[in-house]
Design a protein around this ligand. Sequence first.
Ligand SMILES: *[C@@H]1O[C@H](CO)[C@@H](O)[C@H](O)[C@H]1NC(C)=O
Length: 186
Amino acid sequence: MRTIMMYSSFLVICLFAMSEQCGCPAPYTQQIVCGSPIVVEAKIESFSENDYDKNYQISVTKFYKGKGVYDTLSNKTTLVTPKGTSMCGPVVLNVGSSYILSVSLYGEKMHHNLCELQVEVSSASNKLLEGLAGQYQENCDCEIPSMYDLPHLGSRSNKQCGHSSCTGWDTVCARDGNGQCNWQTC
Ligand SMILES: *[C@@H]1O[C@H](CO)[C@@H](O)[C@H](O)[C@H]1NC(C)=O
C-alpha cells in the first residue's frame, strides 16, 4: 500500500512537471505590454479550430498600443492561439465577450497565448486600466527583476525596480521624482 501511494505521488509530480512546459518569461503586465507590438480591446465574434490552433475572429474596438503596425496587416480579424499546453494554450475566450489582449506577430499573423495579457474588459482592475492608459509604456525603460534574480545586496541602478512585495501583476514600475525606478503602491 505504501509503495503504491509513493508511486502514485511520484506520478502526480511527473504529470505536474510535464504540464509545466509552458513557462511564461515575463509575468508582469508592464513587461508584457512593453514587449508586445500590439495591445487592443477586442470583441470575440466566432472561432474555428484545426489540429493545432484555435483561430478566433475578433473585431478590434480600441487600441492601447500598435495601431500603426495593425493598420499594415493584411488579416486584421484573425487571432491564432495554440491548443497545446506545451505551447501555452489553450486560450479560452468567450464569443460575444470583450477582452484586453496583447498580440504577437508571426509572419504578418496575429498570435496570442496564455503568457500574454487576456483580461475580460468587465473585470479589468483600475490599476490595469491606469497602466494601459500610459504608465506602462511611459516606463518601459524601467527594468523589472525576474523572479529568478537574487535580491540586490548593494545599491541597485536607478533603472531597476527592486523585488516587489505586491501580490498583483498589474502594478507599475515607474520613475519617481529622483529619477529612480520604483514600484508604485500596490
Ligand atoms: C485570415 O486568416 C485566417 C486563418 O489563416 C483565414 O482563414 C482567413 O481567410 C484570413 N482572412 C483574410 C481576410 O485574409
